[in-house]
Design a protein around this ligand. Structure first.
Ligand code: ADP
Ligand code: ZN
Length: 436
């Protein structure tokens, strides 16, 4: 049997040792961050220096950083080293306003590769695996982030990129792919292409595991994907501001996402008061980069809602676990006075076998009432010729969603394969309400 951990000592540090390490790193971080204009100003206004830190809890003395700060100080305001030292940048697309950019120096790229290797190892990838990375390369961090991690771990990497599903399947067959990484919303489609090629991934590939992440998905979606491909699908969480993938990952027990606390300080706060919530309670995830040199980020407001799972994992890792992300606080919509997360609707839909993998939520104003319209693709094996059964199915979905979100939706069943698919992260919520 091979070794169990990528870095046994770091992954199994006692909580006390871990906190000591975090405190030491936090002091150094303040020194480094003060070299960026943005933090230099904040720290001098607030009277913060490395001496302000005596324990990890002193992080609460430090200012929050949010996406708008990155935009307002685009592109160099948070960079803490000269350009000459930087070797890569990753940037958000900027389709919704000013882009944000993150700079990395040599150590940053190397540390990130190591965290990714640790994450993949934690999920069970080994150096004899053939790992096909089915996601966009380029500025999106899922491509190069996984690429460097797979190489650091020593598995054979196939940098397949996104899309072109028939070719993806051919690559899997030609090279005996044993592991893949993809966005969950793509995998239902990939499975349909397997079927239309007359193939079954469970029999016609050597696949033994997969990694899914980069977008919110429900536990039922994960189970569906696992059934379709006949292998376990491990959840991977990350965001570009914190490098990208490799922030938190599931281990073989799939009980939550171990967040690498030697590299990040985790806080969960009430998004309104910004005060910490107790372990186990849902709040906004706040993250601090402990190692990053080119562009440290302190107390980043991710907008992601989750909680710390207040139990220890049987794998022996001491780094705490995050629960599946419920969604971004930005995704929440309010309709008829009820707060709703798209993930609640997905959770209901994916429990129903007659439902396919795609859906869309449209908020519409109909006869001056705001309504939730849910378009639901039928599973390709679902009867479409029996009107009574279709009506019953519509009623059942309406009822189950109403029970969950407390608002009665308008459910429209559509044919399998008829909703548009995106190559990147899925966009499923459309707010077309008339604003008054
Ligand atoms: P963008 O902000 O353009 O989507 P990122 O790649 O940085 O670019 O996206 C990071 C975000 O994606 C996270 O903040 C989170 O909302 C979401 N995300 C990433 N991984 C997961 C995951 N495993 N589960 C749920 N959401 C995820
Ligand atoms: Zn574990």
């Amino acid at each position: 049997m091979g070794r169990e951990y990528w870095e046994e000592e770091l992954e199994t540090l006692s909580r006390k040792q871990l906190e000591k390490l975090q405190t030491e790193k936090l002091k150094k971080l303040i020194e480094r961050a003060a070299k960026a204009d943005f933090y230099e100003k904040k720290f001098s206004n607030m009277g913060i220096s490395p001496d302000s830190i005596h324990s990890v809890n002193d992080i609460r003395k430090l200012p929050f950083t949010c996406k708008q700060d990155l935009r307002d100080h685009f592109p160099y305001g948070l960079r803490a080293v000269p350009q000459k030292e930087c070797i890569r940048l990753h940037s958000s697309s900027g389709t919704t306003g000013t882009p944000t950019v993150i700079f990395h120096n040599r150590n940053d790229i190397s540390n990130w590769a190591n965290l990714m290797a640790r994450s993949l190892y934690c999920a069970g990838v080994r150096d004899d695996d053939v790992f096909q990375n089915i996601c966009g390369y380029g500025l999106f961090t899922g491509g190069l982030g996984f690429q460097y991690g797979i190489e650091r771990l020593g598995a054979l990497s196939i940098p397949a990129g996104a899309g072109n599903s028939v070719r993806q399947i051919k690559l899997m067959q030609d090279y005996g792919t044993t592991a893949i990484h993809a966005i969950p919303s793509y995998l239902g489609y990939l499975h349909e292409v397997f079927e239309s090629e007359g193939l079954d991934p469970r029999k016609d590939t050597k696949l033994r595991m997969m990694v899914i992440g980069a977008e919110p998905h429900s536990e039922d979606t994960r189970r569906r994907i696992e059934e379709l491909f006949g292998v376990k699908a491990y959840n991977s969480f990350g965001l570009s501001e914190m490098n990208g993938p490799g922030v938190a990952f599931e281990c073989e027990y799939q009980k939550g996402l171990h967040i690498w606390e030697d590299a990040y300080i985790v806080e969960i706060v009430d998004p309104h008061t910004l005060e910490p919530v107790p372990d186990g309670e849902i709040g906004e995830l706040i993250l601090t980069t402990l190692d990053r040199e080119a562009m440290p980020i302190i107390r980043y407001r991710t907008r992601d809602l989750t909680r710390i799972i207040p139990t220890q994992c049987s794998c022996g890792r001491t780094h705490r676990m995050l629960d599946r992300i419920t969604g971004r606080s930005d995704d929440m919509f309010i309709i008829k006075g009820c707060n709703v997360f798209p993930m609640q609707i997905e959770g209901i839909l994916m429990k129903i076998p007659e439902v396919g993998n795609e859906y869309r939520i449209k908020l519409e104003t109909i006869h001056s009432n705001d309504e939730v319209v849910v378009e639901v693709e039928l599973h390709r094996d679902t009867f479409t010729d029996n009107l009574e059964r279709l009506n019953n199915l519509t009623r059942r979905i309406t009822h189950d969603i109403r029970d969950e979100i407390l608002v009665k939706p308008i459910v429209k069943l559509v044919e399998s394969g008829s909703l548009p698919k995106s190559e990147g992260k899925a966009i499923r919520l459309f707010d077309n309400r008339m604003k008054n």
